[in-house]
Design a binder for this molecule. Structure first.
Ligand code: NAD
Length: 344
């Protein structure tokens, strides 16, 4: 039986992984701490590691895991910006869950948009106080508005279909446009200047870090809505706050935040929030923050558990690793994996 260290374990993870683990010959060691260079030692004696979006698989962590004889890291996420792939190459095979429910994330992006536009968060609080006043609750028809979608992969394309259902005009930017999709692709600056609503669905990379910064914000329409369910660091949060204070921005829906690692997924309701930027955002009536919950549907958790365990089984069985990723296949689109072998 293979022993797997499961970092950043939450009660809802256990429900879905425990339900399935009897189909596999694995013993899961649930660890509440996030993976990092200090906590890595808790995987000692294990054959593999499962990690999540806010775990850190940086150079030192990779080195420590490898020195304990661990050669496989299964990310139970689609995103992988927290993995140092150069350090992992040749040492640790990195597997991921490329798709578990694009619907979950796209629908959450739509939920943020609808809530902000129709002020549901405000009316929810009001009616509970028996305040049925409509002042300040005016929204706008989504029908006919232009939504700019950055990243038209799995999640972005589901979000586009949802927006089409509302009768919105779609424009998009992607470094690899989808041929034959019928989507109007435009340069990024044009997307910024033409969109009434901007929704981010691209990965966080060196190129997309602070994609929305002071300059980008200055190009946008007054009253623009910005939705980010992708990765926090796509937006420079301090420039965003400045633009909200200048009444440039209509509303912002954030499921992710640049400095979320030490905050999201945990309960700090009895404590003073130390992050002043996040605290400022949370004071604003036209900002909604959710704690990286866009993926959180039963269907998605089921698929995450199944694919993560399948990935590990394939690794230990010596089978093809269809969900392996390394810096070579990411950067050059070619590596041994593309030829149905392991990345190294
Ligand atoms: P995907 O790989 O299917 O699509 C990403 C798209 O972004 C691709 O079409 C790609 O060409 C495009 N892209 C890459 N670099 C770009 C750039 N510089 N500019 C514009 N577009 C670029 O990924 P997906 O499954 O649609 O996921 C998108 C992102 O959503 C993930 O990277 C992850 O960060 C985020 N995500 C968030 C949650 C959540 O719970 N909030 C859950 C899953 C995924």
């Amino acid at each position: 039986m293979k022993k797997i260290a499961f970092f950043d374990a939450k009660p809802y993870d256990k429900i879905y992984f425990d339900k399935m683990s009897e189909d596999y010959n694995f013993e899961l060691k649930y660890i509440e701490s996030k993976l990092n260079e200090h906590s890595a030692v808790m995987a000692d004696g294990c054959d593999g590691v499962i990690a999540f979006v806010n775990d850190s698989a940086d150079e030192k962590t990779i080195h420590r895991l490898h020195s304990m004889g661990i050669n496989v890291l299964a990310m139970r996420s689609a995103g992988y910006n927290n993995v140092d792939f150069k350090s992992a190459f040749g040492k640790i095979h990195v597997l991921r869950v490329p798709a578990y429910s694009p619907f979950a994330v796209a629908e959450h992006a739509a939920a943020l948009l609808l809530t902000l536009n129709r002020k549901i968060h405000r009316s929810y609080n009001r009616t509970r106080e028996h305040n049925f006043s409509l002042s300040g609750l005016i929204g706008f028809d989504l029908h006919g508005k232009t939504v700019g979608v950055v990243g038209t992969g799995k999640i972005g394309s589901v979000f586009i279909n949802i927006c089409r259902g509302f009768g919105m005009k779609i424009i998009a930017y992607d470094t690899f446009p989808t041929p034959g999709s019928g989507i109007e692709y435009v340069p990024l600056d044009e997307l910024f200047s033409r969109s009434d609503i901007i929704s981010l669905h691209c990965p966080l990379t060196k190129d997309t870090w602070h994609l929305i910064d002071k300059r980008a914000l200055s190009l946008m329409k007054d009253g623009v809505y910005i939705i980010n369910t992708s990765r926090g660091a796509l937006i420079d949060a301090n420039s965003l706050i400045d633009a909200i204070k200048e009444h440039k921005i209509g509303a912002v829906g954030l499921d992710v935040y640049e400095e979320e690692t030490e905050i999201f997924f945990e309960d700090f309701s009895d404590e003073v929030l130390e992050d002043d930027t996040l605290a400022r955002l949370l004071t604003m009536p036209n900002v909604i923050v959710t704690g990286h919950q866009a993926f959180l549907t039963g269907e998605a958790l089921n698929n995450i558990a199944r694919t993560t365990l399948d990935n590990l089984k394939a690794y230990f069985d010596g089978a093809e690793l269809t969900n392996e990723i390394c810096y070579r296949c990411m950067k050059f689109g070619t590596c041994k994996q593309a030829h149905h072998e392991r990345c190294f």
